[in-house]
Design a protein around this ligand. Structure first.
Ligand SMILES: [Zn+2]
Length: 338
């Protein structure tokens, strides 16, 4: 049933880099893409990089190994986990970083990541120290009813974001770097403050910055450095300005053969959501009040993600002056049309 059992998609870039998409079950029922980049003689590649590692789910490593086996059988590549020369982590979220610990038993390839992502990869628990607003204060600001089921789930979510094992980052990256004489590093905060996209020739490995099926999940900037809608829109503009990118390969789902069109659609969808939110603010409302107004058929499993997203949109409208923010007696943020 895994995609890895079939022939992985391959794209050969203008400069001759072979890019294979290796989907993995990062967690049960949750898929992510990893990418294998190979250069040189297939039997003795001069360069073989794995971009992202999937998650810590039970099928993740097996899916990766099956993907490599399919690349060997289907395309005559010699690449194995053991011959990787590089691992890149696009951003330290569990569905991209979580597979790294298990991979470490099969490869010593040096890990590269954005310099400010390193603490999240090297120090389990770094996230707890990184909150600009601690989870308890986040819940208060959102207006979650104290002691409610959602309040409890929201306050606990911080622990599920952290990564269990520590791995050294050998190569800290900066915006504008050219990694391994091949990969252009583009810092794209928004979805995650330390996220990078990687460009090789006409291909953009877009991580979770550009996704084909949905808008990337966002958190407000006041929760974590580099999060938020203002940063996200700014990163969309940056990526749009890159000339000559004709294929984007994201952290999930299918390839995006028209990256510009996808950027325009993501921007348009964001503005639709902002308009809807503004229209819902008929009287002073908390973010918790706005949730059912914006998502009448909300399933509880989505509630935490959508709270973060609604908070990111609301924060942006307050930053841009469309909403004014006051504080209720209990500390909840109250938003009214300005
Ligand atoms: Zn992801």
């Amino acid at each position: 049933m895994t995609d890895a059992a079939s022939l992985p998609a391959r794209h050969v870039t203008g400069g001759g880099t072979r890019v294979y998409t290796l989907p993995v079950r990062a967690f049960p029922n949750f898929r992510a893409n990893t990418y294998l980049l190979v250069r040189g003689d297939p039997h003795a590649p001069s360069y073989a990089a794995l971009v992202d590692t999937g998650g810590s789910g039970p099928d993740n490593l097996g899916d990766l190994q099956a993907g490599f086996a399919a690349v060997r059988a289907g395309y005559g590549e010699g690449a194995t986990l053991g011959t990787l020369t590089r691992i890149v982590i696009t951003h330290p979220h569990p569905d991209h970083l979580g597979g790294l610990s298990a991979l470490r038993e099969h490869t010593d390839a040096p890990v590269a990541a954005f310099h400010s992502a390193a603490p999240f990869i090297e120090q389990p628990g770094a996230l707890q120290a990184a909150w600009l607003t601690p989870p308890d204060a986040q819940a208060v600001w959102l207006g979650l009813p104290p002691g409610s089921e959602l309040d409890g789930r929201f306050r606990r979510r911080g622990s599920t974001l952290s990564v269990p094992h520590s791995t050294p980052v050998a190569t800290p990256l900066h915006d504008g770097d050219l990694l391994d004489d091949l990969l252009h590093v583009i810092h794209t905060p928004g979805h995650e403050g330390n996220q990078i996209c990687l460009r090789v020739d006409e291909v953009l490995l877009s991580a979770d910055h550009l996704l084909p099926l949905n808008s990337p999940p966002l958190m407000p900037a006041r929760f974590l450095r580099g999060s938020g809608l203002a940063a996200y829109l700014n990163s969309l503009d940056r990526v749009e300005r890159l000339g000559g990118v004709t294929l984007a390969l994201g952290g999930h789902d299918a390839p995006m053969p028209d990256p510009r069109a996808r950027i325009h659609a993501l921007r348009a969808r964001t503005h639709e959501k902002l308009d809807g939110l503004l229209a819902a603010c008929t009287h002073p409302m908390t973010i918790h009040d706005l949730l059912p107004a914006l998502h009448p058929r909300l399933r509880s499993i989505q509630a935490v993600l959508l709270l973060d997203q609604t908070a990111a949109l609301t924060e942006y409208l307050a930053q841009t002056g469309a909403l004014s923010e006051t504080t209720r007696e209990d500390g909840a943020g109250l938003f009214t049309r300005a």
